[in-house]
Design a protein. Structure first.
Length: 357
């Protein structure tokens, strides 16, 4: 039950944030909003305030905002002359792009805030303590031992494993690195010459880089933060995940990553439940991660997604005229077909994972 509830909460929050972006941008830029809905299908609950009806629908797999005069496959909605000034269809291109882009942008802003909440409790990092020394490695030959805590390399202070690994990767096979380590309460200096060895990136690509043959332990340390430093760390974390999401899409398109690595609602539900069990901080990080993914994927230039709509409006702005309804309708159907195929693929992957257990 916790998996289902966590899934509904996660999806509800992310969809609300996304649709609220469209909603608030439309309102601020003078576009009328007729419906703000969470979910699809039959209405479960609704209330009308002014011209806008706020809805909760039966199928919790998305949401939508209906704008006055918004185009559909059948062409622009008929708008009485007295409200044409508030019609989306009659607004300049920059307003249309702003309203469409506001959904993904709101997801990215939410991610920054989610990570800010996480990092207010301290910035987590792996301890620079050596958890394993590989046999017949430069580290073993030089005398590094499991349990050694690395405090500096080449007189540069080491506070966490990420900094330690970066220093090793920046080394060269013909130049020793001078490690200062704490062992049994005493400080020891050891020179280690890295060797070029094959490793894999997070995308499974094989690369050659300097290695010394050590692995981290499992100890996590928390660096204290201020409100501002937690916010800037949240901003950096969002930027890092944006880059990772974009590169993942690129690697999938170029077939570096296999399509069976994709996950869908079932995987999200499982992960949401696990993160909820681990506490508020883990759950908020998971929300931020998914919010980045939702924001970036919605910006892909696929018709029916926000990115595809932005491309349409940008082309209209460059041409100085609107694209034909026929062309837009055909493109939307192609985009819908692509999304349906992707949906079928991720559901297949999810079910295959369940049976593989």
């Amino acid at each position: 039950m916790i998996y289902l509830l966590s899934f509904i909460v996660v999806l509800g929050i992310l969809v609300f944030v996304h649709e609220f972006g469209h909603f608030i941008a439309a309102r601020k830029l003078g576009v009328g909003v007729t419906k703000f809905a969470l979910g699809f299908g039959p209405k479960l609950f609704g209330v009308k305030r002014g011209e806008t009806e706020y809805l909760i629908c039966a199928i919790p797999l998305g949401g939508y905002v209906n704008l006055v005069g918004e185009e559909s496959d059948g062409g622009p909605e008929e708008v009485p002359p007295e409200i044409a000034a508030r019609s989306f269809n009659y607004k300049p291109v920059w307003v249309k792009i702003s309203v469409v882009a506001a959904g993904p942008v709101c997801n990215l802003i939410f991610a920054v805030l989610a990570f800010w909440f996480v990092f207010l409790g301290g910035i987590p990092a792996l301890s620079p303590q050596i958890g394993q020394v590989l046999p017949d490695s430069p580290a073993e030959r030089a005398g590094l031992l499991q349990g050694d805590v690395v405090t500096s390399i080449d007189e540069k202070q080491i506070n966490d494993w990420e900094k330690l690994a970066a220093m090793i990767r920046s080394g060269s096979p013909d130049k020793p690195l001078v490690f200062t380590v704490t062992r049994n309460g005493a400080e020891t200096t050891i020179s280690v010459v890295p060797e070029m060895r094959e490793s894999q990136t997070i995308f499974g690509e094989k690369v050659l880089e300097p290695k010394i043959g050590i692995a981290s332990g499992s100890e996590v340390i928390f660096r204290p933060t201020t409100v501002w430093s937690a916010f800037t760390q949240g901003f950096r974390e969002t930027g890092k995940l944006i880059h990772l999401t974009v590169m993942t899409v690129v690697k999938l398109i170029t077939r570096v990553l296999p399509s069976n690595t994709l996950g869908g609602p079932i995987l999200i539900a499982q992960m949401a439940g696990e993160q909820a069990r681990q506490g508020a901080s883990s759950f908020m990080y998971f929300l931020g991660l998914l919010s980045v993914n939702l924001g970036i994927l919605n910006l892909l230039p696929i018709p029916i997604l926000d990115g595809g709509q932005i491309v349409f409006f940008a082309v209209e702005g460059a041409l100085g005229r609107k694209l034909s309804t026929r062309f837009r309708g055909a493109a939307q159907r192609v985009g819908l077909a692509l999304i349906l195929m992707l949906t079928a693929l991720v559901f297949y992957n999810d079910i295959a994972r369940l049976f593989a257990r």
